[in-house]
Ligand binder design. Structure first.
Ligand code: ADP
Ligand code: TRP
Length: 321
């Protein structure tokens, strides 16, 4: 079984990205026979328009993933645009893509509903994503619930191509990550770059503390009993705490007689310890960008080998070879 997933380098990774996606990619590198992870810089082009920022974000994303435990000895890590075969397969797939299918995809539909004009990149985004998946004969695609629709599109397009030109592509399946779209931001809404409510994984410890202390809470009196299950501060706490610590904190909530400030202080400390080793590894990797680039180049070479094999199959099937 080959697992494949991509993550966009649109900014620095935050707690939501880690618990909702990255942590689970890293767990899968031990479970899948083979795993491919890439940094989706071609996708990020629809939102990041500053070349220096895109370059830096791409390198930062690679350093973050390695620091967090992605092991190039187990998983293949590369940058999307280093495999140009993907762009050619993307064109082949557009020729079997129904416009209506793309009109129903949420990234485009949501933008249009807001009265904004979308560019062709955003409209065709699911086709590029399908090419990303199909070109490596991927069996399973770990993604958050929000991306499930795109995996369906990839299956659909692979199926249409196979129907027209004979069995060519593997039909991929989504592997929906638990906890995706669940991590709350500092305002209690879903943590997301677009909402400005994130806590980044590697921002300075003192900034993390400040943000944690500013997490919005309600103004109920200290002595009142509180329901931990509906409290976003408790939810964040439980991401970092051991099951025993979580249980003790849940009892404290139910009893009442505590201040949210105490919970925030403990949360900031736990989060600091949780990422301390990754932070050290990150600092070491940051000082050796050439080493990181070598890892990405080796990953791309391996990914290209598979991609050119699948592209050739597709070119032969449809008659351009
Ligand atoms: P953002 O919303 O900050 O732009 P992305 O959409 O780039 O983040 O997220 C990449 C992946 O990280 C998503 O597909 C999803 O699986 C995961 N993710 C993002 N935000 C959260 C969150 N708040 N809770 C859980 N998972 C999340
Ligand atoms: N669209 C995905 C996201 O925004 C990133 C992505 C691009 C991806 N290509 C992919 C994920 C292929 C899985 C497989 O999160």
């Amino acid at each position: 079984m080959r697992a494949l997933s991509g993550i966009q380098p649109t900014g620095r990774f935050h707690w939501g990205n880690y618990f909702g996606a990255i942590r689970q990619y890293i767990e899968l590198q031990d479970k899948a026979d083979e795993s491919f992870y890439f940094i989706a810089n071609l996708h990020a082009l629809t939102t990041v328009r500053d070349p220096a920022v895109l370059r830096q974000n791409t390198l930062d994303a690679a350093i973050d993933l390695l620091a967090l435990g992605l092991d190039p000895g187990k998983a293949t890590l590369f940058v999307q645009s280093d495999v140009p075969e993907v762009s050619e397969l993307c064109w082949l797939l557009t020729t079997v893509t129904n416009m209506g299918l793309l009109e129903r995809c949420h990234a485009y539909k949501d933008k249009k509903a807001k009265g904004l004009t979308a560019d062709m990149g955003l409209f065709a985004y699911p086709v590029l994503m399908a090419a990303d998946i199909i070109i490596y004969d991927s069996d399973v695609v770990p993604v958050g619930e929000d991306q499930n629709q795109h995996i369906e599109v990839a299956r659909d397009l692979a199926g249409s191509f196979n129907h027209l030109f004979g069995e060519t592509f593997v039909l991929p399946k989504a592997y929906i990550l638990s906890d995706s779209a669940k991590v709350a931001g500092t305002d209690g809404e879903k943590m997301s770059k677009s909402y400005g409510n994130t806590i980044e994984l590697f921002e300075p410890v003192k900034d993390v503390k400040k943000k944690v202390m500013r997490i919005q809470t309600d103004s109920r009196p200290v002595e009142e009993s509180k329901d931990p299950d509906t409290d976003h501060l408790f939810q964040l706490y439980s991401l970092f705490a051991t099951p025993e610590q979580t249980q003790v904190m849940a009892e404290t909530y139910r009893k009442g007689g505590f201040g949210y400030g105490m919970v925030k202080k403990e949360l900031a400390e736990l989060a600091e310890q949780f990422f301390a080793e990754a932070r050290e590894r990150r600092a070491a990797l940051e000082s050796q960008p050439e080493h990181v680039r070598k890892i990405l180049a080796a990953g791309a070479a391996k990914a290209r080998k598979k991609a050119s094999e699948v592209l050739l199959r597709a070119q032969t099937a449809c008659g351009i070879r």
